[in-house]
Ligand binder design. Structure first.
Ligand SMILES: [Zn+2]
Length: 293
């Protein structure tokens, strides 16, 4: 390897995954709907329709009952649809409890899509609050999930979402003293590199085989340029950067209304990813095609 290779500052190919956790936490159902629509409108303006991944939180927010039209819209425009289960909110920590909760959301969304004639593989899953655990991954494997995105490199935090407050945002995150769950990914390298693993070795980032393909989160809930640059500098030939965001990140938490400043920040940053990094936007189900290892 020559000096030029060692100093090569950027990977030759940058893939970028916009992933949306379908938690609809802020405001009235109408305002929550506007949050989804605002995000979709941003993606449309950037030419990203059909290039994003949506992890639907069916258990807590009843997408199939209340927002079925939005779900069908996502399916019809070709987004990857996965499930987002906040096991933390439901204290589901054993295999049996995780399986029960995750089965429910998967069956409801799968049946809803099938009834509407939009059968698609539901193989992508993200846990709430970046939670990780062997029992959860056994349940995920047994339910047929293969694409995961739970690990948040270089981060350690306590978290658990509970709904015990007043509108417009009745949700809050519990910390260490209140029963939050420790997520410790401080030692995971931030290098935009996926790995493959089985239920018990999800932090073995050197692993290149296993049931799951894990695409770690680069930044949340907006683009963090420091982390993006760090990941790009540490990546190999190809970098896979993941943004983990929510519809409510475009809403004003005080009123529930769409906040034009947040929309502007979000859209400007994604435009910079597209044009400045010459990134190719892909869905989580496409990563394997570009990451054959
Ligand atoms: Zn969530």
């Amino acid at each position: 390897m020559g000096v030029a290779d060692r100093q090569r500052p950027f990977p030759r190919k940058v893939f970028f995954l916009v992933t949306v956790d379908g938690d609809l936490r802020v405001g009235s159902p109408v305002q929550q709907r506007r949050g989804v629509e605002a995000l979709r409108a941003c993606h449309a303006r950037l030419g990203l329709l059909g290039r994003t991944t949506w992890f639907i939180n069916e258990n807590d927010f009843g997408w199939t009952e209340q927002y079925g039209d939005l779900l069908l819209d996502l399916a019809d425009s070709g987004e990857a649809i996965g499930l987002h289960d906040h096991l933390d909110t439901h204290d589901a920590e054993t295999y049996a409890d995780a399986l029960a909760l995750m089965s429910r959301s998967l069956e409801q969304v799968a049946e809803f899509l099938a009834r509407a004639g939009r059968e698609g593989p539901l193989r992508a899953h993200r846990n709430g609050c970046f939670q990780q655990g062997e029992a959860i991954y056994r349940a995920a494997r047994d339910l047929g999930y293969i694409w995961l995105s739970d690990v948040w490199p270089q981060m350690a935090l306590y978290a658990r979402m509970v709904r015990d407050g007043a509108l417009p945002n009745p949700w809050r995150r519990l910390g260490r003293e209140e029963g939050g769950i420790l997520i410790d990914n401080a030692r995971v390298p931030l290098n935009g590199t996926p790995w493959r693993h089985d239920p018990g070795n999800w932090l073995d980032t050197a692993s290149r085989e296993g049931h799951f393909l894990h695409v770690p989160v680069t930044c949340a809930p907006f683009i963090d340029w420091e982390r993006v640059q760090a990941a790009l500098h540490a990546a190999g030939e190809r970098a896979f950067l993941v943004l983990d965001t929510h519809p409510y990140d475009l809403q004003d938490p005080e009123t529930g209304e769409i906040d034009p400043a947040r929309v502007g920040t979000y859209e400007t940053a994604l435009r910079r990813v597209r044009d400045g990094l010459s990134a190719t936007f892909i869905r989580i189900d496409e990563v394997g095609a570009f990451w054959p290892a």
